[in-house]
Ligand binder design. Structure first.
Ligand code: PLP
Length: 432
C-alpha cells in the first residue's frame, strides 16, 4: 500500500511534477521529510480539510497558521466576497488599509506605524533593510533554527523547510549576501553577550522569533529575551521580533504581549491576512518614518494593501479582538495537551510535548529531554515522526509533514474533532 494521498492525489501529483519543480509551490508540501505522496486538497471548512479522493481530515496545520478561526469562517469569506464585488485591486490608497492599520496599532502597542506587504518573507526582509537604513550599520544577528522566510540574508541556519531538506544554506545565496549575518544559538545569553562585547557597534539589528516555531516549538528560557532587549538598547541596535507565526495567534498583541518584552520593529504574516496573502511590519514611528516616501529606505509592492486581503484581515482580526477567543483557544490547547499526554503515556512514550496557547509540537525524542534550541531538536527521531504522521493521516488527522514544524488548534476544534484525534493517535503511537 502506498503512503499519503489516494488515487486522485497521486494522479495530480504526477501531472504537477511535469510542470513544477517537485510538483509543489513550497517545499515542505512535497512530503519529502515523511515520504509518500502529498495529499491534494479540494476544500477546507472549519476544522476539516477534504482531499481530492473525498476523504476528510481533522486539520492541525491550519494553512500553516492563518486558519485560527477555522477554515472559511463565514465572517471572513463574506468580507472577501463583498470586497471582490467592488474591485479586485486599485493600485491606490483605500479605506480598508487605514482601518486595518489602525486596528493593528491598537492591538499591538509597540506598533505605532505599519506598512503592508504580501508575505512574511517580505516583512522580515524589509525590517532588516529598514534597521540597516536607520542605524547606518550592516551587521545583523539571527539565531540557528529561526526561520524568517527565503530572502538571501536570512537563509543561514534557517529552520522550517530549509531544515527538513538538510540545506540550511541555499545554493544561489552568495557569501556576500550573508557576510554581515551573525548566527547565534537560541537560549544562550552568554553567546549574545560575547558577540555584542566584540561587535556591538556594527550590529544594526537582532532578529528573532520570540518563540521559535520553525524547528518544532521552542520556548525562550526566563530572562533570555530581556537580555537581548538590554543588549540591543545598550549598543544602539534594533530588536526585531518576527511574529509572522505568533502575531495575533497567542494574544491580540502577539508573543511580545505574553512575554512582556517590547521590540523596536515587528514582522507579521499568516493570521493577519485571514488566509489571503498579506504581510506587514511596523514599530516605532521614528524608525518607520525612514521608509519611502518619507525616508531613504525603499520598499514597495504593486498588490500591497490589496482590498480583498485587507477585508479578510480586518474581518479576522476584529473577530479575534472580540470576547474571550484567546482564552478559548488556550482551553482547546489544554484539552488537547491532556489527551496527548494520556495517550502517549499509556503507550510508554516520554517524548517532550510542548504547547503555548493554540500552538503545540510533539518532539520524537524517546529520552524525554526538553528541547531548548535547534541542536536539541536535531536529535529527534524523524523516522518515528514520519511513521506517526502517516498513522495519523491514514486515520483522518492531518499533522505537518515534518518534525520541524508547529501544529495549530483552531477556535472550532471541538469535542468531535478531539475524539477523532484520540482514536487516531491511539493507533498511530502503537504503530510508530
Ligand atoms: C512563515 C514564516 C515566515 C515566512 O512567511 P511567508 O509568508 O511564508 O513568506 C517568516 N517568519 C516566520 C516566523 C514564519 O513562521
Amino acid at each position: 500500500m502506498s503512503l499519503g494521498g489516494g488515487k486522485k492525489s497521486g494522479r495530480l501529483f504526477e501531472r504537477a511534477k511535469k510542470v513544477t519543480p517537485g510538483g509543489v509551490h513550497s517545499p515542505v508540501r512535497a512530503f519529502r521529510a515523511v515520504g509518500g505522496t502529498p495529499v491534494f486538497m479540494v476544500s477546507a471548512k472549519g476544522a476539516y480539510l477534504r482531499d481530492a479522493d473525498g476523504k476528510n481530515y481533522v486539520d492541525y496545520v491550519g494553512s500553516w497558521g492563518p486558519a485560527i478561526l477555522g477554515h472559511a469562517h463565514p465572517a471572513v469569506t463574506k468580507a472577501v466576497q463583498k470586497a471582490a464585488e467592488k474591485g479586485l485591486s486599485f493600485g491606490t490608497p483605500h479605506e480598508g488599509e487605514v482601518e486595518l492599520s489602525r486596528l493593528i496599532c491598537r492591538m499591538v502597542p509597540s506598533v505605532e506605524k505599519v506598512r503592508f506587504c504580501n508575505s512574511g518573507t517580505e516583512a522580515t526582509m524589509s525590517c532588516l533593510r529598514l534597521a540597516r537604513g536607520f542605524t547606518g550599520r550592516n551587521g545583523m544577528v539571527k539565531f540557528s533554527g529561526c526561520y524568517h522566510g527565503h530572502s538571501d540574508a536570512l537563509l543561514v541556519a534557517a529552520g522550517s523547510g530549509a531544515l527538513t531538506l538538510g540545506k540550511p544554506d541555499s545554493a544561489g545565496v552568495t557569501p556576500g549576501a550573508v557576510e554581515d549575518t551573525h548566527v547565534l544559538p537560541f537560549n544562550n545569553p552568554g553567546a549574545a553577550e560575547r558577540l555584542f562585547a566584540q561587535r556591538g557597534a556594527e550590529i544594526a539589528a537582532v532578529l528573532l522569533e520570540p518563540i521559535p516555531a520553525n524547528a518544532g516549538l521552542i520556548l525562550p528560557v526566563p530572562g533570555y529575551l530581556e537580555k537581548l532587549r538590554e543588549l540591543t538598547t545598550k549598543h544602539g541596535s534594533l530588536l526585531i521580533f518576527d511574529e509572522v507565526m505568533t502575531g495575533f495567534r497567542l494574544a491580540p498583541g502577539g508573543a511580545q504581549q505574553i512575554l512582556g518584552v517590547r521590540p523596536d520593529l515587528s514582522a507579521f504574516g499568516k493570521v493577519i491576512g485571514g488566509g489571503l496573502p498579506v504581510g506587514a511590519f511596523g514599530g516605532r514611528a521614528e524608525v518607520m518614518d525612514h521608509l519611502a516616501p518619507d525616508g531613504p529606505v525603499y520598499q514597495a509592492g504593486t498588490l500591497s494593501g490589496n482590498p480583498m486581503a485587507m477585508a479578510a484581515g480586518l474581518a479576522q482580526l476584529k473577530k479575534l479582538g472580540e470576547g474571550n477567543i484567546y482564552r478559548e483557544l488556550d482551553r482547546a490547547g489544554a484539552v488537547l495537551e491532556k489527551m496527548f499526554r494520556e495517550e502517549l503515556g499509556s503507550a510508554g512514550w516520554k517524548d517532550p510535548f510542548v504547547r503555548i496557547g493554540s500552538m503545540f509540537c510533539l518532539f520524537c525524542r524517546a529520552d524525554g529531554v526538553p528541547v531548548r534550541n535547534l541542536e536539541a531538536a536535531r536529535l529527534c527521531d524523524t523516522g518515528r515522526y514520519a511513521r506517526l504522521f502517516h498513522g495519523l493521516l491514514g486515520k483522518g488527522v492531518y499533522f505537518p509533514p515534518s518534525q520541524f514544524e508547529t501544529c495549530f488548534v483552531s477556535a472550532v476544534h471541538g469535542q468531535r474533532e478531539l475524539e477523532i484525534t484520540r482514536k487516531a493517535l491511539r493507533v498511530a503511537v502503537r504503530q510508530a
